[in-house]
Design a protein around this ligand. Structure first.
Ligand code: EPZ
Length: 416
C-alpha cells in the first residue's frame, strides 16, 4: 500500500504553476472525435483520468500520444462505437464519449460511467438530451445503447444545470442537422473551454456561460489546435493548503478569475489575496476566522472546492458552516478530518465546523477532492499524518506532492 506521509505545522512559502483543467481536458478529448484528423491539445495534465480518456480513444481506433503536456489525437481511423465497461467504470467523464460517438457515428454502446462516490449520480439528463435530438436510447441493466443516424436540432431545457449533460448535449448537437437551443445549461468555465475547442474545429456554438447555448450542427468539422484552461479546483487546493499551513504562495498559470467565491471566502477568513495577470497570490493569517458558504452551480461557490475550504477552516477558530446543494454524499471526508482532531458535525446538508488545532493521524481518501482535503488539513496539523487512497488523488492532481514540496511542505510518498 502507498500513502502520503505529511508532517504539518509549519508555514508554506514559494511559487508553483497550476496545471491544465481535468474537467476541461476530458470533454475536449471526447470532442476530438467530432473531426477526422489529428487534433493537438496543449496544457493537458498528466492524470489517470486523462490516461483513461486516451485509452477510450485508442479503443475506438484513434491514435493518441502524449508529448509532455501536449496530447496529439488522430481520429482518422476511428471506427468503434463501443466503450469497454472497464474504461467506462473508471470515471464519470467517460459518459461524454456517448455524445461524441452519437454525433460522429450515429451510435454508441457503453456500460454505466463510474466516478467519485458522491451519492446518486444519474445520467437521465444526458440520455434525455440524446432522445430530444432524435436518438433512440435504451438503458437497461447497467448498459446504455444509443442509436441516431439522423439527429435533428431541437429546443432543449435542462431542469438542472448539469455540467456533464450540458457538455453531452453540445457534443451530440454538433452532429444534428439544424439548430439546437440549449436552455438552462451549466455555466462553468469548462463549458466555455469546450465551446472554444468546438469553435476551433469550425463548429457554430455560442452562448457558453449564459443561460442559452446555441449549436448549429450538421457541419463537417476539422481537427484543431487548442490550449486547455488552468484547473480552478487545483488552484483552490493550493490556496487552501497555504491557508491551512500559513505562509505565502504565488500560483501562476491562472489569475483566479474563475474562483471569485473561493477567494472571497479565504479573504473573509483572514487571508490576503492578490490577483495579478497570470498569477494569484495568497498570504495566510493563522488562525483562520469563521466563514459561512453554500455551494451551487457556477458562479456560486463550487462544490469541488468545499472540502478544501472545510479542511483549512477546521484548523482555524470560531464556528463556520458549509452547506452543500449539489451532491448528497459530498461530506464523506468529514470523518477523516475529525480523525485529525477537527470538530465537524453534520446537520443534514450542512457541516458545522468549530475550529481548533489539528493533530496528525492515519486517514484514507474517500474520493478525489476529499483526499485533497485530508492533505490540506494534514499540512496545518501538528505532527505526522498518513494519507492512504492515493489513487483517488492521482485522478485529479498532477504532481501534488512535488508542488507542495516546492512550497516547503514535508510530504512524501511511502510504499509499504
Ligand atoms: C461535473 O460532474 C464535474 N466532473 C464534477 O467534478 C463536479 O463536481 C460537478 O460537475 C459539479 O460541478 C467533471 O466535469 C468530469 P453535474 P457532473 O451533472 O457533470 C445531478 C471532480 O472532483 N444530475 O453537474 O457529473 C447530479 O446527481 C468532479 O472533478 C442528475 O440528476 O455533475 C448532481 O446532483 C466531482 N441527472 C447535479 O445534477 C443527470 O443526468 C450536478 O451534477 C446529471 C446530473
Amino acid at each position: 500500500m502507498e500513502y502520503f506521509a505529511v508532517t504539518g505545522g509549519h508555514p508554506l512559502e514559494g511559487t508553483a504553476a497550476v496545471h491544465g483543467a481535468k474537467n476541461s481536458a476530458l470533454p475536449i478529448l471526447a470532442a476530438a472525435l467530432l473531426a477526422r484528423g489529428e487534433s493537438v491539445i496543449h496544457n493537458c495534465p498528466d492524470l489517470t483520468d486523462v490516461d483513461t480518456a486516451l485509452e477510450i480513444l485508442t479503443c475506438l481506433g484513434c491514435r493518441a500520444r502524449r508529448e509532455g503536456r501536449t496530447l496529439l489525437v488522430d481520429t482518422s481511423c476511428a471506427h468503434g462505437t463501443h466503450i469497454p465497461d472497464r474504461l467506462m467504470g473508471r470515471m464519470r467523464a467517460s459518459v461524454l464519449f456517448l455524445g461524441a460517438l452519437l454525433a460522429r457515428e450515429g451510435r454508441a454502446e457503453a456500460g454505466w460511467p463510474g466516478g467519485c462516490a458522491l451519492g446518486a449520480r444519474p445520467i437521465d439528463l444526458h440520455l434525455a438530451a440524446f432522445q430530444a435530438l432524435g436518438a433512440r436510447v435504451r438503458d437497461h441493466a447497467e448498459h446504455i445503447s444509443c442509436r441516431g443516424r439522423t439527429l435533428r436540432g431541437t429546443r432543449l431545457t435542462l431542469p438542472i444545470p448539469s455540467v456533464g449533460a450540458t457538455e453531452n448535449a453540445m457534443l451530440a448537437a454538433c452532429g444534428a442537422e439544424g439548430v439546437t437551443i440549449l436552455q438552462n445549461p451549466a455555466r462553468e468555465p469548462e463549458i466555455a473551454d469546450l465551446q472554444g475547442f468546438l469553435q476551433a474545429m469550425g463548429a457554430h456554438v455560442e452562448g457558453a456561460g449564459t443561460d442559452t447555448i446555441i449549436i448549429r450542427g450538421g457541419r463537417p468539422l476539422r481537427p484543431a489546435v487548442y490550449r486547455v484552461m488552468a484547473d480552478r479546483i487545483v488552484t483552490a487546493t493550493y490556496l487552501c493548503s497555504v491557508a491551512s499551513a500559513g505562509g505565502e504562495g504565488i500560483f501562476t498559470g491562472t489569475d483566479g478569475s474563475h474562483l471569485r467565491p473561493v477567494l472571497e471566502a479565504l479573504t473573509a477568513a483572514g487571508c490576503a489575496i492578490r490577483r495579478e495577470p497570470g498569477r494569484v497570490i495568497i498570504r495566510a493569517r493563522r488562525p483562520l476566522g469563521r466563514v459561512h458558504i453554500t455551494t451551487g452551480p457556477y458562479p456560486a461557490f463550487p462544490t469541488d472546492a468545499q472540502p478544501l475550504l472545510a479542511a483549512a477552516l477546521a484548523g482555524g477558530v470560531g464556528e463556520s458552516t458549509i452547506t452543500e446543494t449539489i451532491f448528497d454524499r459530498r461530506f464523506r471526508y468529514v470523518q477523516g478530518l475529525n480523525t485529525l482532531g477537527a470538530d465537524i458535525c453534520l446537520e443534514g446538508n450542512t457541516a458545522r465546523i468549530t475550529g481548533r488545532p489539528l493533530h496528525g493521524g492515519r486517514v484514507t481518501a474517500p474520493d478525489l477532492r476529499g483526499g485533497a482535503a485530508l492533505v490540506v488539513a494534514a499540512l496545518g496539523a501538528e505532527g505526522e499524518s498518513r494519507i492512504a487512497g492515493l489513487h483517488h488523488i492521482q485522478r485529479g492532481y498532477e504532481g501534488l506532492e512535488d508542488t507542495l514540496q516546492t512550497l516547503g511542505a514535508s510530504i512524501r510518498t511511502v510504499q509499504e
